[in-house]
Structures are given as C-alpha cells and as structure tokens.
Design a protein around this ligand. Structure first.
Ligand SMILES: *[C@@H]1O[C@H](CO)[C@@H](O)[C@H](O)[C@H]1NC(C)=O
Ligand SMILES: *[C@@H]1O[C@H](CO)[C@@H](O)[C@H](O)[C@H]1NC(C)=O
Ligand SMILES: *[C@@H]1O[C@H](CO)[C@@H](O)[C@H](O)[C@H]1NC(C)=O
Ligand SMILES: *[C@@H]1O[C@H](CO)[C@@H](O)[C@H](O)[C@H]1NC(C)=O
Ligand SMILES: *[C@@H]1O[C@H](CO)[C@@H](O)[C@H](O)[C@H]1NC(C)=O
Ligand SMILES: *[C@@H]1O[C@H](CO)[C@@H](O)[C@H](O)[C@H]1NC(C)=O
Ligand SMILES: *[C@@H]1O[C@H](CO)[C@@H](O)[C@H](O)[C@H]1NC(C)=O
Ligand SMILES: *[C@@H]1O[C@H](CO)[C@@H](O)[C@H](O)[C@H]1NC(C)=O
Ligand SMILES: *[C@@H]1O[C@H](CO)[C@@H](O)[C@H](O)[C@H]1NC(C)=O
Length: 459
C-alpha cells in the first residue's frame, strides 16, 4: 500500500509539473499560453497504474467527477481591457467539455469581446478565480448578440446543455458603466427603445446549472436570466451594480429573472442593485430562496405574469425564507396583470417566511391590478390570473413611511379569484405613526389579520 501511495504521489506531481502534458486527442491545437493538465485518472492510466478498485472515486451532486479528478485547462490572460481572449476561452470550454475544468486564475483578467455560443455543454466545470470581463464596445454588442423576444432581451453569451458548474472566488464583470451612461434617460418598456443592453449571464435549454462563490458585477441590464432550464442553483453569490456617474444610474439590473424554468434555487446570496432582487417571470415552478440579502432593490417579486393576450402564465410552489430587504421600493411582492388585452394563468402555493424589512416603501404587496390599472378599469377588466394559497409569515421591521402607515397592500381585482391569502405574525412599523395599516381589497375569505379597504387608508 505504502509504495502504491508513493507512486501515486509521484505520478500526480509529474502530471501537474508538466503543464503541457500530452492530450490523447491527436488533432490537437493549443493556443499560445494555454495548458492542459491531465486528470489523476488519465495520468495513472498513461503510466499503466490503474487503481486497484478498492477506492471508489468521489462524485459530485450530479454523479460526475469532482474537481481533483478533472482534466484542467488554462488559457493566457488578457494584457489589457481590449485584449480579447474569447477564442481561447471557447477553445478551453470545448476542451474541458465532457468532464474537464477550465481555470481562470486569481489575479488575472480575461476579456471577452465576441459573442459566444456555449449551448453544447455536457459536464463541464468553469472555475473563475480571476476576473472575466466583457468589453464595453457598445456598437459591436448591439450588432452581435443573442436576442430573446421576452422583454427584448439580448446577451453576450448563451450557456446551455447539462451539468454546468461555474464557481470560484472571482468576478464576472459586465462592465456596465458605459452602457448605463448611454442608456441614461431611456426606458426599457418604451416601445421605441432600440438601445438594447446585454444580460450578464443567461442559460437556455440547460439542466443542472450551479453557480457558486462568484461576484457578478455591473451588468449592463439584467444580471441573470434563465430560459427553459431545469434545476438552476446559485449559492454564495454577490451581485452588485454601482454607477460612478451620478447622472446615469444602473437601470434594469435585476438580480434574477426566469422564464419557463422548473427548479430555481438561490441560497446565501447578496444583491446590491437598483431593480428587482429576485423576480421569476412566467412559468417558473419549484422555487427555493433562502438567506437572501437585498439592498436598495425593487424587492422579491413573483411576476409580473399575465401580460400577453392569449398567453397562459404561471408561477407555483415557491418557498422564500430568511430574506433581508433594506432601503428598497418593495419587500415581498406578487404582481399579475389586469385590464383589456392581457393574458391569463395562476400564481399558487407561495410562502414568504421570516422576512426582515428596513426602510422599505412597500413591505408587503399583492397587486392583481398590475400595471397601474385603476379601480374602475380593474373592475371592468379583472385579472385572469388566479392567485391562491399565498402565505406571508413572520414579516418584521420598518417601512420607509412613503405610504403613510400602510405596511401591507393586498389589492385583488373585483370578481377575480384571489383566495387562500394568509398573513401571520406581521410586525412592521411605519415612521409615520401607529398602528400600522394593512389594506385588502376583493380577497375571498379571512386573511388572518385585521385589514381595511384602500379608501380608509391614510396614504
Ligand atoms: C436542448 O438540449 C438538448 C440537449 O441537452 C438537445 O437535444 C435539444 O435539441 C435542445 N433543444 C433545443 C430546443 O435547442
Ligand atoms: C455620465 O452620464 C451622462 C449621461 O449619460 C453623460 O452625459 C456623461 O458623459 C457621463 N459622465 C462621464 C464622466 O462619463
Ligand atoms: C439569514 O440570512 C442571513 C443573511 O442575510 C444570515 O446571516 C443568517 O445566518 C441567516 N439565518 C439563518 C437562521 O440561517
Ligand atoms: C445599500 O444601498 C445604499 C444605496 O441604496 C448604499 O448607500 C449603501 O451603502 C448600501 N449598503 C450596503 C451595506 O451595501
Ligand atoms: C407558459 O406555458 C404555457 C404552457 O403551459 C405556454 O402556452 C406559454 O406560452 C408559456 N408562457 C411563456 C411566456 O412562455
Ligand atoms: C408547495 O410548494 C412547496 C415548495 O415550496 C412544496 O414542497 C409543496 O409540495 C407544494 N404543495 C403543493 C400542494 O403542491
Ligand atoms: C381560475 O379559477 C377559476 C375558478 O376556480 C377557474 O375556473 C379557472 O380555470 C382558473 N384559471 C386558471 C388559468 O387556472
Ligand atoms: C382609469 O383608467 C382608464 C384607462 O387608462 C381611464 O380612461 C380612466 O379615466 C381612469 N379613471 C380614473 C377614475 O382615473
Ligand atoms: C414588534 O417589533 C418591535 C421592534 O421592532 C418589538 O419591540 C415588539 O416587541 C414586536 N412585537 C411583537 C408582538 O412581536
């Protein structure tokens, strides 16, 4: 045993010492400054030292090889912010696909200046300890991107396939300042807006995506968007968008958005952006958010859904717990469209639990007359999105006082189905005085705490 262990350690150090180890793929091109280090298993087999079968190799959550057992690919770093290494990065991803790992090293910067189609993945790790930064060549990106009709979204790159793990202590930098400066004064919902801005991270047709440890910085538009994907897990991520220019704030830099996604988990994450913190969009199911911290955001929102005529949307089975929301517009929120020419669907089985708010304009919001549909119109064209089985449990802290003493506003459209709405242990105070007020309109059944019609509220 002892001599085998000794041989093993020699073999492993041989492998890592020879940075340019031979790859078995004969037709091999290696870009300048890149390297491939064989995995332990490959090294052993090349030295005819297969394990004796006693030790079963460790596997990750998806049954794939762990980091130590992967072939490792590195590429050269960029010399400056215009030194585009996207070809090298694409080469590395292809090399690492099917069981390998791409490593972007600590203290180094890697600049991406070309759009990348990464939709072909199958079991790949990307370890980002350095900084992966996009160029801010607005002209290039507005002509070269991946376009999604949903809210006219564009992105630098698309990640798709199966078993994709992106992790490390590094930074994914969207270099958003120039984009925000250029967008200043414009509105994303303006139908004439043509100034599209890229999303920092987007998955499409992906199953099993894990993002761990990274700092996602300064996205030009939404930070994350998941499209027709399953089982997306974020853990220990920091998202920020901070402008150095007082006359152009980061806009629409949402933390998390999703469309047609089953299985979305966000754990132990901090979000410091001026828009939605976490806001799943149509057809998102099985959502778990735990230990999320949001500062200066538009809150943790289900929706909006039900916007497009003839289209069915739904959001169901969500648990959001231990959420801290500071200095923002909203805390826990659900929104569904009403009015003429809108869609239909449902929001059901949503639990907000252990929510802490501070200095928040609207700590609890249920709005079934979205977007800004007045009472008359909402009565004439009630929402066709049913909202059922929604719980707000243990919500405490302070509002900003912007809505007077109102700390919760639950507005359903007349005649529409809004039932099974339950509030419990709500302790939110307003700087505008006490007792705090809870507004409820058109909700079927008892909501668990006293509430008043909007007309009686003092905001
Ligand atoms: C989704 O990905 C799978 C492989 O993971 C592929 O077979 C399928 O064609 C893709 N679907 C679309 C619509 O791209
Ligand atoms: C700040 O943003 C404004 C509005 O877009 C722009 O006119 C100005 O040039 C920017 N300032 C700097 C220093 O980039
Ligand atoms: C709740 O989340 C905060 C981060 O916002 C974390 O520090 C704290 O440990 C979490 N509490 C529990 C009970 O997990
Ligand atoms: C929270 O956001 C405000 C601006 O909205 C900022 O001034 C403050 O520094 C942020 N707090 C933290 C802890 O990041
Ligand atoms: C949501 O799913 C339904 C099918 O149940 C589909 O008809 C609809 O187009 C989807 N909505 C969106 C916005 O993709
Ligand atoms: C409600 O959602 C939770 C996940 O948050 C899930 O565990 C539970 O099974 C769902 N209940 C129903 C009736 O679907
Ligand atoms: C909404 O609820 C009504 C009454 O229960 C039901 O008839 C309708 O099918 C529901 N709509 C959807 C999209 O689930
Ligand atoms: C409500 O909104 C409709 C449509 O925008 C508008 O025509 C109407 O004047 C509004 N009514 C009130 C009372 O504001
Ligand atoms: C409500 O919160 C305040 C502090 O914000 C606390 O002093 C008070 O005891 C709480 N009330 C209940 C009933 O928990």
């Amino acid at each position: 045993m002892k001599s085998l262990a000794f041989l093993l350690s020699v073999a492993v150090s041989l492998a890592s010492a020879s940075a340019f180890a031979i790859d078995h793929d004969a037709s091999d091109y290696i870009p300048a400054g890149a390297s491939i280090t064989l995995s332990r298993a490959e090294t052993l087999s090349s030295l005819s030292l297969r394990g004796n079968g006693h030790s079963k190799p460790k596997k990750d959550n998806w049954g794939n090889a762990v980091e130590q057992d992967r072939k490792k690919i590195t590429i050269r770093a960029s010399k400056n912010d215009r030194d585009d290494i996207s070809d090298d990065f694409l080469w590395a991803i292809k090399k690492a696909n099917h069981g390998g790992l791409v490593h972007l090293q600590k203290g180094k910067k890697y600049v991406i200046g070309k759009k990348l189609d990464l939709s072909f993945l199958k079991d790949v790790y990307v370890k980002i300890d350095g900084e992966l930064k996009f160029t801010n060549d607005i002209k290039y990106w507005q002509a070269n991107n991946f376009y999604y009709p949903f809210q006219k979204s564009i992105t630098f790159w698309v990640w798709g396939g199966k078993d994709i793990k992106i992790y490390g202590s590094g930074v994914l930098n969207g270099n958003g300042q120039a984009w925000w400066d250029g967008f200043s004064g414009a509105e994303i919902l303006d139908p004439n807006n043509k100034y599209y801005r890229p999303i920092l991270f987007l998955t499409d047709n992906a199953t099993n995506v894990e993002v761990n440890g990274l700092h996602m910085k300064d996205s030009p538009c939404w930070t994350n968007f998941f499209v027709r994907s399953n089982n997306v897990v974020f853990d220990d991520v920091y998202i920020s968008a901070v402008s150095t220019n007082v006359s152009s704030l980061p806009k629409n830099t949402d933390g998390f958005d999703s469309l047609n996604v089953n299985g979305l988990t966000v754990l132990n994450t901090r979000v410091n952006v001026g828009d939605d913190c976490f806001s799943p969009k149509p057809n998102t199911t099985n959502i778990l958010v735990r230990n999320l911290w949001c500062n200066g955001t538009h809150g943790v929102s289900m929706g909006s859904i039900g916007q497009y005529p003839g289209v069915k949307d739904f959001i169901s089975n969500a648990l959001l717990e231990n959420i801290t929301l500071l200095n923002g517009e909203n805390g826990a929120r659900l929104k569904a469209w009403a009015g003429p020419n809108v869609g239909y669907g449902y929001i059901s089985n949503i639990t907000y639990r252990d929510i802490h708010v501070e200095n928040t304009d609207h700590p609890i919001v249920l709005d079934q007359c979205y977007f800004n549909v007045n009472d008359t119109t909402c009565a004439q064209y009630p929402s066709k999105v049913n909202i059922t089985d929604v719980k707000f449990l243990n919500v405490h802290g302070t509002s900003s006082g912007k809505q007077g003493r109102v700390v919760a506003d639950l507005t359903c459209s007349p005649g529409a189905t809004c039932n099974g709405i339950h509030l419990e242990n709500i302790n939110i105070s307003s700087p505008k005085g006490s007792p705090p007020q809870v507004v409820c309109e058109n909700i079927k059944g008892d909501i668990g705490i006293p509430c008043i019609p909007a007309a009686e509220a003092d905001d």
